[in-house]
Ligand binder design. Structure first.
Ligand code: ADP
Ligand code: ASP
Ligand code: MG
Length: 422
Protein backbone atom coordinates (compact mmCIF):
# COMPACT_ATOMS: atom_id res chain seq x y z
CA UNK A 1 0.00 0.00 0.00
CA UNK A 2 1.39 3.41 -0.87
CA UNK A 3 2.14 5.74 2.01
CA UNK A 4 1.01 9.37 1.91
CA UNK A 5 2.22 11.90 4.47
CA UNK A 6 0.01 14.95 4.93
CA UNK A 7 0.87 17.99 7.05
CA UNK A 8 -1.78 20.44 8.21
CA UNK A 9 -0.56 23.87 9.35
CA UNK A 10 -1.95 25.97 12.20
CA UNK A 11 -4.56 27.81 10.15
CA UNK A 12 -5.92 24.48 8.83
CA UNK A 13 -6.63 23.24 12.37
CA UNK A 14 -7.47 26.61 13.94
CA UNK A 15 -10.77 25.57 15.58
CA UNK A 16 -13.08 22.60 16.14
CA UNK A 17 -14.85 23.05 12.79
CA UNK A 18 -11.52 23.14 10.92
CA UNK A 19 -10.36 20.03 12.74
CA UNK A 20 -13.52 18.18 11.65
CA UNK A 21 -13.03 19.38 8.06
CA UNK A 22 -9.42 18.21 8.04
CA UNK A 23 -10.45 14.85 9.55
CA UNK A 24 -12.86 14.31 6.64
CA UNK A 25 -10.09 15.01 4.17
CA UNK A 26 -7.74 12.57 5.91
CA UNK A 27 -10.40 9.85 5.96
CA UNK A 28 -11.04 10.36 2.22
CA UNK A 29 -7.36 9.71 1.54
CA UNK A 30 -7.46 6.57 3.70
CA UNK A 31 -10.62 5.37 1.90
CA UNK A 32 -8.86 5.88 -1.44
CA UNK A 33 -6.58 3.05 -0.31
CA UNK A 34 -3.48 4.83 0.99
CA UNK A 35 -1.70 4.33 4.28
CA UNK A 36 -1.91 7.80 5.84
CA UNK A 37 0.47 9.48 8.27
CA UNK A 38 -0.56 13.01 9.26
CA UNK A 39 1.61 15.71 10.85
CA UNK A 40 -0.16 18.56 12.61
CA UNK A 41 0.84 22.03 13.80
CA UNK A 42 -0.54 23.81 16.86
CA UNK A 43 -4.02 25.33 16.44
CA UNK A 44 -4.03 28.82 14.88
CA UNK A 45 -1.62 31.17 16.66
CA UNK A 46 -1.26 28.91 19.73
CA UNK A 47 2.55 28.87 19.54
CA UNK A 48 2.69 32.69 19.59
CA UNK A 49 0.25 32.70 22.51
CA UNK A 50 2.41 30.27 24.50
CA UNK A 51 5.52 32.33 23.74
CA UNK A 52 3.78 35.50 24.97
CA UNK A 53 2.76 33.67 28.12
CA UNK A 54 6.32 32.55 28.82
CA UNK A 55 7.57 36.13 28.34
CA UNK A 56 5.05 37.30 30.94
CA UNK A 57 6.56 34.90 33.45
CA UNK A 58 10.22 35.62 32.71
CA UNK A 59 12.15 37.74 30.18
CA UNK A 60 14.53 34.83 29.47
CA UNK A 61 12.73 31.46 29.60
CA UNK A 62 15.15 28.48 29.89
CA UNK A 63 15.32 26.73 26.51
CA UNK A 64 14.43 23.32 27.91
CA UNK A 65 11.27 24.57 29.57
CA UNK A 66 10.27 26.71 26.59
CA UNK A 67 10.44 23.63 24.36
CA UNK A 68 8.39 21.67 26.90
CA UNK A 69 5.77 24.45 26.81
CA UNK A 70 5.65 24.98 23.01
CA UNK A 71 5.38 21.28 22.17
CA UNK A 72 2.12 21.21 24.14
CA UNK A 73 0.49 23.16 21.25
CA UNK A 74 1.00 20.35 18.75
CA UNK A 75 -0.10 17.73 21.29
CA UNK A 76 -3.47 19.43 21.60
CA UNK A 77 -4.03 19.31 17.82
CA UNK A 78 -2.88 15.72 17.40
CA UNK A 79 -5.29 14.39 20.00
CA UNK A 80 -8.22 16.45 18.67
CA UNK A 81 -7.59 15.37 15.06
CA UNK A 82 -7.38 11.72 16.17
CA UNK A 83 -10.69 12.09 18.05
CA UNK A 84 -12.38 13.70 15.05
CA UNK A 85 -11.22 10.82 12.84
CA UNK A 86 -12.49 8.26 15.37
CA UNK A 87 -15.85 10.02 15.23
CA UNK A 88 -15.92 9.33 11.48
CA UNK A 89 -15.56 5.62 12.21
CA UNK A 90 -11.85 5.23 11.46
CA UNK A 91 -9.02 4.15 13.73
CA UNK A 92 -6.51 6.87 14.44
CA UNK A 93 -3.57 6.95 16.88
CA UNK A 94 -1.77 10.12 17.90
CA UNK A 95 1.96 10.24 18.71
CA UNK A 96 4.28 12.90 20.06
CA UNK A 97 7.43 13.60 18.06
CA UNK A 98 9.39 11.51 20.52
CA UNK A 99 6.99 8.56 20.20
CA UNK A 100 7.15 8.87 16.42
CA UNK A 101 10.94 8.43 16.57
CA UNK A 102 12.01 11.96 15.63
CA UNK A 103 15.53 12.02 17.13
CA UNK A 104 17.34 15.37 17.27
CA UNK A 105 20.47 17.00 18.64
CA UNK A 106 20.19 18.79 21.98
CA UNK A 107 19.91 22.41 20.77
CA UNK A 108 16.69 23.78 22.27
CA UNK A 109 14.61 26.01 20.01
CA UNK A 110 16.35 24.99 16.79
CA UNK A 111 17.19 21.32 17.09
CA UNK A 112 18.23 19.42 13.98
CA UNK A 113 16.86 15.99 13.14
CA UNK A 114 19.64 13.42 13.24
CA UNK A 115 17.57 10.26 12.79
CA UNK A 116 13.98 9.11 12.33
CA UNK A 117 13.00 5.69 13.69
CA UNK A 118 9.28 5.48 12.97
CA UNK A 119 8.71 1.94 14.31
CA UNK A 120 5.50 2.81 16.15
CA UNK A 121 4.14 4.73 13.17
CA UNK A 122 4.89 1.83 10.84
CA UNK A 123 3.15 -0.59 13.21
CA UNK A 124 0.09 1.68 13.34
CA UNK A 125 0.00 1.96 9.53
CA UNK A 126 0.43 -1.82 9.16
CA UNK A 127 -2.59 -2.29 11.42
CA UNK A 128 -4.60 -0.06 9.06
CA UNK A 129 -4.67 2.86 11.49
CA UNK A 130 -4.20 6.50 10.59
CA UNK A 131 -1.14 7.87 12.42
CA UNK A 132 -1.27 11.47 13.66
CA UNK A 133 2.07 12.98 14.68
CA UNK A 134 2.76 16.21 16.57
CA UNK A 135 4.96 18.34 14.31
CA UNK A 136 7.86 20.66 15.18
CA UNK A 137 9.26 18.45 17.97
CA UNK A 138 11.61 15.62 18.72
CA UNK A 139 13.71 14.16 21.48
CA UNK A 140 17.43 14.62 22.00
CA UNK A 141 19.51 11.47 21.72
CA UNK A 142 22.01 12.76 24.32
CA UNK A 143 19.90 14.50 26.94
CA UNK A 144 16.61 12.65 26.38
CA UNK A 145 14.94 16.06 26.62
CA UNK A 146 12.13 17.24 24.37
CA UNK A 147 13.29 19.67 21.65
CA UNK A 148 11.70 21.90 19.01
CA UNK A 149 12.89 22.35 15.43
CA UNK A 150 12.40 26.14 15.15
CA UNK A 151 9.37 28.16 14.05
CA UNK A 152 7.55 26.60 11.12
CA UNK A 153 9.29 23.28 11.83
CA UNK A 154 6.27 21.00 11.32
CA UNK A 155 6.99 21.08 7.58
CA UNK A 156 10.36 19.50 8.35
CA UNK A 157 8.78 16.83 10.58
CA UNK A 158 6.49 15.92 7.67
CA UNK A 159 9.25 15.57 5.09
CA UNK A 160 11.48 13.67 7.52
CA UNK A 161 8.69 11.17 8.24
CA UNK A 162 7.82 10.92 4.54
CA UNK A 163 11.43 9.99 3.79
CA UNK A 164 11.65 7.50 6.67
CA UNK A 165 8.34 5.83 5.69
CA UNK A 166 9.30 5.82 2.00
CA UNK A 167 6.15 7.76 1.14
CA UNK A 168 5.22 8.59 -2.45
CA UNK A 169 4.63 12.25 -1.66
CA UNK A 170 4.64 14.72 1.21
CA UNK A 171 1.56 16.93 1.02
CA UNK A 172 1.78 20.26 2.86
CA UNK A 173 -1.72 21.65 3.47
CA UNK A 174 -1.93 25.34 4.25
CA UNK A 175 -4.12 28.45 3.89
CA UNK A 176 -3.22 29.37 0.29
CA UNK A 177 -3.43 27.31 -2.92
CA UNK A 178 0.30 26.71 -3.25
CA UNK A 179 3.54 28.59 -3.66
CA UNK A 180 2.88 31.90 -5.41
CA UNK A 181 5.16 34.32 -7.24
CA UNK A 182 4.96 36.50 -4.07
CA UNK A 183 3.15 36.35 -0.73
CA UNK A 184 -0.55 36.67 -1.71
CA UNK A 185 -1.17 38.65 1.49
CA UNK A 186 0.96 41.45 0.02
CA UNK A 187 0.50 40.93 -3.71
CA UNK A 188 -3.10 39.96 -4.54
CA UNK A 189 -2.05 39.66 -8.20
CA UNK A 190 0.47 36.93 -7.32
CA UNK A 191 0.31 33.86 -9.54
CA UNK A 192 0.32 30.23 -8.38
CA UNK A 193 3.44 28.38 -9.51
CA UNK A 194 2.73 24.91 -10.92
CA UNK A 195 6.18 23.48 -10.38
CA UNK A 196 9.29 24.77 -8.68
CA UNK A 197 12.77 23.23 -8.47
CA UNK A 198 14.25 22.47 -5.06
CA UNK A 199 16.98 25.01 -5.76
CA UNK A 200 14.48 27.84 -6.34
CA UNK A 201 12.30 26.82 -3.39
CA UNK A 202 15.39 26.74 -1.16
CA UNK A 203 16.22 30.34 -2.12
CA UNK A 204 12.59 31.46 -1.65
CA UNK A 205 12.44 29.86 1.82
CA UNK A 206 15.88 31.18 2.79
CA UNK A 207 14.77 34.67 1.73
CA UNK A 208 11.73 34.70 4.00
CA UNK A 209 8.89 33.01 2.06
CA UNK A 210 7.55 31.18 5.11
CA UNK A 211 5.21 28.99 3.06
CA UNK A 212 7.80 26.22 3.60
CA UNK A 213 10.37 25.80 6.37
CA UNK A 214 13.88 26.07 4.89
CA UNK A 215 15.11 22.83 6.43
CA UNK A 216 12.12 20.93 5.04
CA UNK A 217 13.22 21.85 1.53
CA UNK A 218 16.85 20.87 2.28
CA UNK A 219 15.61 17.55 3.60
CA UNK A 220 13.33 16.94 0.61
CA UNK A 221 16.16 17.64 -1.80
CA UNK A 222 18.53 15.28 0.01
CA UNK A 223 15.98 12.45 0.05
CA UNK A 224 14.46 13.26 -3.35
CA UNK A 225 10.99 13.55 -1.77
CA UNK A 226 8.42 15.42 -3.89
CA UNK A 227 6.47 18.04 -1.92
CA UNK A 228 2.97 19.06 -2.94
CA UNK A 229 1.99 22.40 -1.34
CA UNK A 230 -1.76 22.97 -1.46
CA UNK A 231 -4.74 24.38 0.39
CA UNK A 232 -6.71 22.40 2.96
CA UNK A 233 -9.64 24.75 2.19
CA UNK A 234 -9.97 23.92 -1.53
CA UNK A 235 -9.60 20.93 -3.84
CA UNK A 236 -7.27 22.76 -6.24
CA UNK A 237 -4.04 21.19 -7.36
CA UNK A 238 -1.20 23.06 -5.66
CA UNK A 239 2.51 23.55 -6.34
CA UNK A 240 4.92 20.66 -6.84
CA UNK A 241 8.38 21.21 -5.43
CA UNK A 242 10.49 18.62 -7.20
CA UNK A 243 13.32 18.40 -9.69
CA UNK A 244 11.43 15.83 -11.76
CA UNK A 245 9.44 17.56 -14.51
CA UNK A 246 5.68 17.19 -13.97
CA UNK A 247 3.28 17.07 -16.92
CA UNK A 248 4.26 19.02 -20.05
CA UNK A 249 7.66 20.39 -19.33
CA UNK A 250 8.13 23.83 -20.75
CA UNK A 251 11.16 26.07 -20.46
CA UNK A 252 11.30 27.49 -16.95
CA UNK A 253 10.58 31.22 -16.62
CA UNK A 254 13.49 33.56 -15.85
CA UNK A 255 12.01 34.66 -12.53
CA UNK A 256 10.38 32.24 -10.10
CA UNK A 257 9.20 34.83 -7.61
CA UNK A 258 9.76 37.70 -5.19
CA UNK A 259 10.32 36.92 -1.51
CA UNK A 260 10.39 39.35 1.39
CA UNK A 261 11.72 39.22 4.93
CA UNK A 262 10.99 41.47 7.89
CA UNK A 263 12.87 39.45 10.48
CA UNK A 264 16.31 40.99 10.03
CA UNK A 265 18.07 43.99 11.53
CA UNK A 266 21.19 45.91 10.50
CA UNK A 267 24.26 46.68 12.58
CA UNK A 268 26.70 49.34 11.37
CA UNK A 269 30.13 49.60 12.96
CA UNK A 270 31.28 53.16 12.41
CA UNK A 271 34.92 54.27 12.15
CA UNK A 272 36.71 50.95 11.78
CA UNK A 273 40.49 51.36 11.19
CA UNK A 274 41.08 50.24 7.59
CA UNK A 275 43.78 47.66 8.37
CA UNK A 276 44.17 43.95 7.64
CA UNK A 277 42.51 41.78 10.28
CA UNK A 278 39.80 44.19 11.45
CA UNK A 279 36.93 42.46 9.64
CA UNK A 280 38.25 39.15 10.92
CA UNK A 281 38.14 40.43 14.53
CA UNK A 282 34.61 41.74 14.12
CA UNK A 283 33.10 38.68 12.51
CA UNK A 284 34.95 36.34 14.86
CA UNK A 285 33.17 38.05 17.75
CA UNK A 286 29.83 37.70 15.96
CA UNK A 287 30.49 34.04 15.15
CA UNK A 288 31.47 33.28 18.76
CA UNK A 289 28.07 34.64 19.80
CA UNK A 290 26.58 32.00 17.43
CA UNK A 291 24.90 34.58 15.24
CA UNK A 292 24.16 33.83 11.60
CA UNK A 293 24.83 36.90 9.50
CA UNK A 294 23.36 37.53 6.09
CA UNK A 295 24.53 40.52 4.04
CA UNK A 296 27.81 42.38 4.65
CA UNK A 297 28.83 45.75 3.17
CA UNK A 298 32.15 47.52 3.78
CA UNK A 299 32.49 51.07 2.53
CA UNK A 300 35.67 52.48 0.95
CA UNK A 301 37.69 54.20 3.64
CA UNK A 302 37.91 57.97 3.68
CA UNK A 303 41.55 58.57 2.73
CA UNK A 304 42.16 61.43 5.22
CA UNK A 305 41.02 59.41 8.21
CA UNK A 306 41.81 55.83 7.13
CA UNK A 307 38.50 54.81 8.70
CA UNK A 308 35.68 52.80 7.18
CA UNK A 309 32.17 51.63 8.10
CA UNK A 310 31.06 48.00 8.05
CA UNK A 311 27.35 47.06 7.98
CA UNK A 312 25.81 43.63 8.21
CA UNK A 313 22.36 42.13 8.69
CA UNK A 314 21.39 39.53 11.27
CA UNK A 315 18.15 38.10 12.72
CA UNK A 316 16.36 40.69 14.90
CA UNK A 317 16.17 38.06 17.63
CA UNK A 318 19.99 38.11 17.83
CA UNK A 319 20.19 41.94 17.80
CA UNK A 320 20.95 42.49 21.50
CA UNK A 321 23.47 39.65 21.63
CA UNK A 322 25.21 41.02 18.53
CA UNK A 323 25.51 44.56 19.88
CA UNK A 324 26.85 43.25 23.22
CA UNK A 325 29.39 40.96 21.52
CA UNK A 326 30.72 43.88 19.45
CA UNK A 327 30.75 46.19 22.46
CA UNK A 328 33.22 43.84 24.11
CA UNK A 329 35.80 44.21 21.30
CA UNK A 330 35.39 47.98 20.78
CA UNK A 331 38.60 48.77 22.69
CA UNK A 332 40.62 46.14 20.86
CA UNK A 333 39.45 47.04 17.34
CA UNK A 334 39.22 50.76 18.07
CA UNK A 335 36.04 51.61 16.14
CA UNK A 336 33.95 54.67 17.04
CA UNK A 337 30.35 53.48 17.54
CA UNK A 338 27.80 50.76 16.86
CA UNK A 339 24.47 51.67 15.22
CA UNK A 340 21.53 49.27 15.47
CA UNK A 341 18.62 49.55 13.02
CA UNK A 342 15.67 47.15 13.19
CA UNK A 343 13.49 48.99 10.69
CA UNK A 344 14.79 47.32 7.57
CA UNK A 345 13.11 44.98 5.10
CA UNK A 346 14.67 42.65 2.56
CA UNK A 347 13.33 41.94 -0.90
CA UNK A 348 14.73 39.09 -2.99
CA UNK A 349 14.13 38.27 -6.62
CA UNK A 350 14.70 34.58 -7.34
CA UNK A 351 14.96 32.55 -10.52
CA UNK A 352 17.24 29.88 -11.95
CA UNK A 353 16.80 31.51 -15.38
CA UNK A 354 18.78 34.56 -14.14
CA UNK A 355 22.00 32.67 -14.78
CA UNK A 356 21.60 33.10 -18.51
CA UNK A 357 19.82 36.47 -18.52
CA UNK A 358 21.89 39.59 -17.89
CA UNK A 359 20.13 42.80 -16.94
CA UNK A 360 17.94 41.40 -14.19
CA UNK A 361 19.58 43.59 -11.51
CA UNK A 362 19.32 46.71 -13.66
CA UNK A 363 15.61 46.12 -14.19
CA UNK A 364 15.08 45.50 -10.47
CA UNK A 365 16.88 48.72 -9.47
CA UNK A 366 14.92 50.71 -12.07
CA UNK A 367 11.61 49.35 -10.77
CA UNK A 368 12.54 50.44 -7.24
CA UNK A 369 13.75 53.84 -8.47
CA UNK A 370 10.46 54.40 -10.34
CA UNK A 371 8.58 53.58 -7.12
CA UNK A 372 10.75 56.07 -5.20
CA UNK A 373 12.31 53.40 -2.99
CA UNK A 374 15.86 53.81 -1.74
CA UNK A 375 18.17 50.78 -1.73
CA UNK A 376 20.41 50.50 1.35
CA UNK A 377 22.27 47.24 0.70
CA UNK A 378 22.56 44.80 -2.18
CA UNK A 379 23.70 41.20 -2.42
CA UNK A 380 23.53 38.70 -5.25
CA UNK A 381 24.00 35.03 -5.95
CA UNK A 382 23.75 33.14 -9.23
CA UNK A 383 19.98 32.84 -8.98
CA UNK A 384 19.05 35.69 -6.61
CA UNK A 385 19.29 39.47 -6.17
CA UNK A 386 18.46 40.86 -2.71
CA UNK A 387 18.09 44.46 -1.58
CA UNK A 388 17.51 46.07 1.80
CA UNK A 389 14.96 48.91 2.05
CA UNK A 390 13.12 50.73 4.87
CA UNK A 391 10.60 48.30 6.40
CA UNK A 392 7.61 50.58 5.74
CA UNK A 393 8.46 50.62 2.02
CA UNK A 394 8.88 46.88 1.67
CA UNK A 395 5.31 46.01 0.61
CA UNK A 396 5.34 48.70 -2.08
CA UNK A 397 8.74 47.48 -3.23
CA UNK A 398 7.50 43.87 -3.56
CA UNK A 399 4.45 44.97 -5.59
CA UNK A 400 6.51 47.24 -7.86
CA UNK A 401 9.07 44.54 -8.61
CA UNK A 402 6.38 41.89 -9.14
CA UNK A 403 4.73 44.12 -11.75
CA UNK A 404 8.01 45.16 -13.40
CA UNK A 405 8.96 41.55 -14.07
CA UNK A 406 5.58 40.77 -15.63
CA UNK A 407 4.55 38.42 -12.84
CA UNK A 408 1.10 39.90 -12.16
CA UNK A 409 -1.72 37.47 -12.90
CA UNK A 410 -4.48 38.54 -15.23
CA UNK A 411 -7.05 36.07 -13.95
CA UNK A 412 -8.27 37.29 -10.60
CA UNK A 413 -6.83 37.72 -7.15
CA UNK A 414 -5.01 35.01 -5.19
CA UNK A 415 -7.17 33.60 -2.39
CA UNK A 416 -6.01 33.61 1.22
CA UNK A 417 -8.39 31.22 2.98
CA UNK A 418 -7.42 31.73 6.60
CA UNK A 419 -4.64 32.42 9.04
CA UNK A 420 -3.53 35.70 10.53
CA UNK A 421 -0.27 35.93 8.57
CA UNK A 422 1.51 36.15 11.92
P1 ADP B 1 0.93 27.07 7.99
O1 ADP B 1 0.27 27.54 9.26
O2 ADP B 1 0.00 26.27 7.13
O3 ADP B 1 2.25 26.43 8.21
P2 ADP B 1 2.31 29.48 7.21
O4 ADP B 1 1.68 30.71 7.76
O5 ADP B 1 3.54 28.97 7.85
O6 ADP B 1 1.17 28.37 7.14
O7 ADP B 1 2.62 29.66 5.65
C1 ADP B 1 1.59 30.05 4.76
C2 ADP B 1 1.71 31.53 4.48
O8 ADP B 1 2.94 31.79 3.81
C3 ADP B 1 0.65 32.10 3.56
O9 ADP B 1 -0.53 32.39 4.24
C4 ADP B 1 1.35 33.32 2.98
O10 ADP B 1 0.95 34.51 3.65
C5 ADP B 1 2.83 33.08 3.27
N1 ADP B 1 3.68 33.19 2.07
C6 ADP B 1 4.84 33.89 2.00
N2 ADP B 1 5.37 33.81 0.78
C7 ADP B 1 4.54 33.04 0.04
C8 ADP B 1 4.55 32.59 -1.32
N3 ADP B 1 5.53 32.92 -2.16
N4 ADP B 1 3.52 31.82 -1.74
C9 ADP B 1 2.53 31.47 -0.90
N5 ADP B 1 2.45 31.88 0.39
C10 ADP B 1 3.45 32.64 0.87
N1 ASP C 1 3.59 25.58 15.72
C1 ASP C 1 4.93 25.86 15.30
C2 ASP C 1 5.04 27.33 14.89
O1 ASP C 1 4.07 28.06 14.96
C3 ASP C 1 5.43 24.96 14.23
C4 ASP C 1 4.69 25.01 12.91
O2 ASP C 1 3.57 25.54 12.83
O3 ASP C 1 5.23 24.51 11.94
O4 ASP C 1 6.09 27.76 14.53
MG1 MG D 1 4.31 27.09 8.31
Amino acid sequence: MSVVVQKYGGSSVADAESIKRVARRIVETRRAGHAVCVVVSAMGDTTDGLLDLAKQVTPLPPGRELDMLLTAGERISMALVAMAIANLGHEARSFTGSQAGVITDAVHGRARIIDVTPGRIQTALDAGHIAIVAGFQGVSLDTKDITTLGRGGSDTTAVALAAALDADVCEIYTDVDGVFTADPRIVPAARKITQLSNEEMLEMAACGAKILHLRCVEYARRFDMPIHVRSSFSAHEGTWVTDKPQGDSVEAPIIAGVAHDRTEAKITIVGVPDRAGMAAEIFKAVALAEINIDMIVQNISVSETGLTDISFTLPKTDGQTGVQALGRIQGKVGFATILYDDHIGKLSLIGAGMRSHPGVSARLFQALADAGINIEMISTSEIRVSVVTRDDQLDDAVRAVHTAFGLDSSDGEAVVYGGSGR
